[in-house]
Design a protein around this ligand. Sequence first.
Ligand code: ADP
Length: 774
Amino acid sequence: MRFRKYWKQTARIEKLIKKYEQLSDAELQAKTADFQAQISHGQSLDNILPDAYAVVCVVDERVLRMRPYRVQIFGAVAMQDSNIIEMKTGEGKTLTATMIMYLHGLTGPGNFLVTANSYLAKRDAESMGKVYRFLGLTVANNRSSSDSSQELSLKKKIYASDIVYTDSGSLGFDYLFNNLASNSDKQFIRAFKFALIDEVDTVLLDLAATPLVISGTPKANSNYNQLADIFVKTLKEKQDYALSKDRKKVWFLKQGLQRANRFFGVTDVLAEEQQELYRHLLLALRANYVLRKNQDYIIAEGKIVLIDENNGRKLPGMQLQAGQHQALEVKEGLKETHEQSAVATITYQNLYRMFTNLAGMTGTASGDKRELMQIYNLYVVKVPTNKKSIRKDFSDLLYYTTEAKLHDSLTLVEDSYAKKRPVLVETGSLALSEQYSKLLLQRHVPHSLLNAESAAKEAEIIKSAGQVGMVTVSTSMAGRGTDIVLSPEAQKLGGLLVIGTERMSLRRIDNQLRGRSGRQGEPGATIFFTSLEDKIIKQFPSANIDRLIAKHRHDSQLIRFRFRHLFTKLQTRIKHQEQEARFNTLQYGEVMKLQRDAVYQARNRLMTSAVDLDQVVINSATAAIADLTRQPITDINLVTTYIVTNLDPTFLGKLNRRFIGENLADNLTKLFERQFAAKRTCFESEEAWTYFEQTAILKAIDDSWVKQVDNLEQLQAAVQQHVIGQQDSLFDYQQEALAGFNAMKKDISLKIMRYLLCSKVTGSTDKGMQIYFA
Ligand code: ADP
């Protein structure tokens, strides 16, 4: 059904193209204002679509010298229905996007094209930007300025553009920063109307388990780290601790806990008062037995640098959360960095759920159809290729050992190199690609190595990977988004030969690799070399397989028939595990989302002048005083201290018993009212007073919220590590999170009163007001 509708629409657009081709440049350009006028009169984007797309197609040809193929128009039509289009690599997603981005760009700022990395955002904003600019729309690529005084004005300019090309991380961080602004002048995001996500599977699936975190003030480091590390290094697997099958989770066994009690001289490390110690023991355990050097992280210049498991790319600046980074530093004997507390976080899932309209593009998504539907309400539409694919995908070759596998794959590279056929070799990790490169050198095969240093450099190398005599070794996905162009001679030699040196954990990623070859109906071939020692098999240890490997240690021959479906089965299992993890993140993220939305909404209301700020202060004070006086108080000192810290820092008087009696609440309220009126007289104008009130209230909210965000982070880490697989952990988390939120609200009320009455203020609004918060 859908398909027929989209094809009909496509045919209509092709007719309109013929009509618009007759127009002059100026006439085409006038179309933008025409469409915008229609929109302002209530016309829907769906109704404008055929004409708008046809105009863009004509302009694509005039400006870029590329006329969108029929399948590209079809893809653009399908996307407008909030679909993800699956379009094979090399079919031209970049150009396809111009149609739908223009259509949404007509409505003004708030439209984003999300690319896989910032290099692509810049490149595509420049090349495709010519089309939008020709048609009178504004376009920008999202970037940060090295000069922080320029940062805000730059961001304002970027977000005021009709169309913004950005990578996902920058967009998420911008959103978080936008909501940390101290007044509305410092906010820059206009709207979240439409997002078209390129490589949508990577963004919504692969990245979805790791939230974005803005870190703030350092916390004092704990001295448990060193001791915990020394202790866990003495432990034995299966006696003191155990690992899950996939070796991604670790926990203490009874004997390990008993040894911990003795080592630290405590009666029970699981007791409430040993929480901090136990948390550090878990962190050390994970650092030592789950996280692997050169696979999960590397050490560069004395620092831990995390590695993206999927593409081997370094993730500089990224830190493991909640103290894990420090535990890792101690394990490796490095200098400990300060543990930072989280200030703001958001998951990608929640970031994209804020958009009114979403669409996506990818080379490979059909395998994850259901999940994309359930979580994002996005349907996957397959777009046929422009020309029939003639690429040959050979069946996997399977060996007993890594050695035998590598030997044969190297021979194939050598043979192809002798014939000058271009070859792209993909390895599963950074370390392996370096090893492979050495082995090639031993065989005197010159080659380029993509070592995940910079996206720009990779793009440069990968561009020429299709020339005769080129051999390129890379980690998975390196240099993605860049076309491998075949020279005519290379085509005659059979096109690009892609060699995978192992199957990746997900079939989708294997397919992405295959898609590197045989684009646009060109010749090409792909083949995977696998062995029983591959990473994916090791994730599910089996005595059977270990025995086989031991027996055939020196066997270099291929294994036939048996195990044919092994990899497919394992990949399916991993896919399900990852889906579960994402679902988990989503559920935990939901709690954070609810609380974050409430706080951000409150902040935004306060920043627009619609709110009566005096009333906010009065309500807060009433709530804070009610909270204090809920129980009868007999301690005069306690009340005096309360007054000095929260109501009147200069208070010297002596309270009598009558004051703290049953009228305590009234007495405090009267004191508040006096103080409040007095404070107000310190300000020369209403405007200055409002500015002060607003700043104090926001500061109170932010201080408490930042603490709560960090609480939630710690809490989630603790709950998830504590009892693996226990059903109730989410429930526990929700309960604790809610209790924390309520405590935060009380804290905010008290702080509003305190900041308002006890802060020192110098200067004035026009001379620069300085506020020293109490
Ligand atoms: P994808 O992102 O789908 O892998 P790209 O957008 O990188 O593909 O495009 C692949 C190549 O095809 C690019 O070199 C692009 O210039 C070219 N291309 C795309 N569409 C057209 C078209 N309609 N006519 C001519 N060349 C095109």
